[in-house]
Design a protein around this ligand. Structure first.
Ligand SMILES: C=C(O[C@@H]1C=C(C(=O)O)C=C[C@H]1O)C(=O)O
Length: 363
């Protein structure tokens, strides 16, 4: 590093000069991104500008190059916003998510696409799918699994009836807070609103701090936050976005029972994503109801040393799909080893559908 002056005025002058440099460089970067978009449009007038694999590579490279003092994740978040703004210069990306506004899914959508994306709240998971299918949104964001409470069945079921594919994943640390409004009487809280998943994630804390309060399940944490605005004896459990949106006070922070509480969200769209170098693939497989079916299904993965990251079973809703397994594994479907495994699995199953190959979540 070059010599840093110790005088305050000199330091501020230096910061001003650096800011001017950063400004010039960001503008130059934005012009490059615009030129990329022009070239893409010349090749194909309906070209998709957003490239999930390229964005993942850019962020991973920044994290690898970073030498501090800022933390690599923090640095990647800054670059996430720069890319988001560059992309929005062409056409802001439209992202449908499981609403209402202020939910963790909205937070996940903005974490993945950056603040320049236009986020559209939907009332239910299947509406997110339909909005993207209809072309009203470019991508959708839906929750798929929580580290405390397990899988979101509704999301898995939606894939069975949909032609949508998975273009990405994003993992969000979930912090819950106990929130009250300016009219709430802190010592008189007798009712707590939240989403059933959040109650489950804060069960022990609630048992020891509010054993007598009535727990009222509602459709979302944001809905819970909204209800509290009008009741003097109620509190809500929700996250930061809802607290900010409804201007609520946190009377207890991070009340989730497990400190590593996190939720994984999927980005859905109609784009096959090329390899990024560190990818995952999700498939759904139907097996006939016969002894050893699960063993037969998993054996090729084991033999080719493919790393399984998740396996879920869902009851089938048609005759053919006796058992339906959702499987996530490391690797991309264009990788020859993965291609070979998928071919073997296809022969052993009643039906196999590749839901998508996508970059492992970076942030
Ligand atoms: C610039 C490109 O297009 C978009 C913008 C990116 C960026 O700002 O770095 C990266 C990927 C795309 O979402 C590209 O494909 O390289």
């Amino acid at each position: 590093m070059t010599d840093i002056p110790s005088n305050l005025d000199e330091l501020r002058e230096r910061i001003d000069r650096l800011d001017a440099d950063i400004l010039r460089l960001i503008s130059e970067r934005a012009e490059c991104a615009q030129q990329v978009a022009e070239i893409k449009t010349q090749v194909d007038p309906d070209a998709v500008f957003y490239r999930p694999e390229r964005e993942a590579q850019v962020l991973r490279r920044i994290m690898a190059l970073n030498k501090g003092p800022l933390d690599s994740e923090e640095m990647a978040r800054l670059f996430r916003e720069i890319m988001s703004a560059c992309l929005a210069l062409e056409r802001p990306i439209k992202v449908a998510y499981l609403g209402p506004e202020g939910t963790f899914t909205q937070q996940a959508a903005l974490k993945h696409f950056g603040d320049s994306a236009v986020s559209l709240p939907m009332a239910a998971i299947d509406e997110v799918f339909r909005e993207v299918e209809a072309g009203a949104a470019n991508y959708g964001v839906v929750p798929v699994e929580n580290s405390t409470e397990g899988v979101v069945n509704h999301t898995l079921d939606s894939f069975m009836d949909s032609s949508m594919c998975i273009c990405g994943e994003v993992v969000l640390r979930i912090h819950h807070h106990l929130l009250i409004s300016s009219t709430t009487r802190k010592e008189k809280v007798s009712r707590i609103y939240s989403h059933p998943q959040s109650f489950a994630q804060c069960r022990k804390w609630l048992d020891s701090h509010y054993p007598h309060a009535e727990r009222v399940p509602v459709a979302s944490n944001a809905e819970a936050a909204k209800l509290v605005k009008t009741e003097w004896h109620s509190a809500a459990i929700a996250g930061d976005m809802a607290a900010k949106l409804y201007d609520l006070e946190k009377i207890a922070e991070k009340i989730e029972d497990r400190p590593d509480n996190s939720t994984r969200f999927l980005i859905i769209g109609n784009q096959q994503v090329p390899m990024s170098g560190e990818d995952k693939t999700s498939i759904v497989v139907a097996m006939r109801n016969q002894p050893g079916a699960l063993h037969d299904l998993l054996e090729p993965f084991h033999r080719h040393q493919i790393d399984l990251t998740r396996l879920e079973t869902r009851p089938s809703r048609t005759g053919v799909w006796n058992y339906v397994f959702f499987i996530d594994f490391k690797g991309h479907c264009e990788d020859p080893v993965v291609e070979a495994v998928l071919e073997e699995v296809r022969l052993r199953s009643a039906e196999l559908k590749v839901l998508g190959s996508y970059p492992v979540g970076v942030l």
